[in-house]
Ligand binder design. Sequence first.
Ligand SMILES: [Fe+2]
Ligand SMILES: [Fe+2]
Length: 161
Amino acid sequence: MPGLLATMHDDHARLDALIERLLDPVQANDPGGLVRVWGDFEHGLAAHLEAEEQCLLPGFERVDTAEAASIRSDHAKLRRLVAEVGAGIELQIVREHTVRQLVHFLRSHAVMEEQTLHRWADLRAPAQAKAAVVERLAEALHVRRRATDSRPDAPASGDSR
Ligand SMILES: [Fe+2]
Ligand SMILES: [Fe+2]
């Protein structure tokens, strides 16, 4: 099983690559593709935030209350931006500016968190909590892949991931 730091970094990179694809003009002219990419991103980000909040933050809060509160506040802002972009995509009025805001905020959150929460968790969190995060992210990815692969409109190449 991969380590916590590598798993979280890889998941940040995977989410970053997905959201970046929303800015691709080719993708923008393909509403179906846009919705698929957005679905992968939204599902992946929700699982990522929940895993951090439920498995890592309770322990981190006891050693750095202010930093943990800042991470929770970032997560709340991320969810607001996700709701805004999601509504825009659904109504086909998504603005590039809003997507860029989400990309930049997610990026800066990931950089900060890898130096704080994840570094602490890698060294100090109970092995059970670390294993739970890694398992939850793998399970979320697996569930999403199964759901998208079983759809009648699933791309044969599986290039939505
Ligand atoms: Fe986070
Ligand atoms: Fe994260």
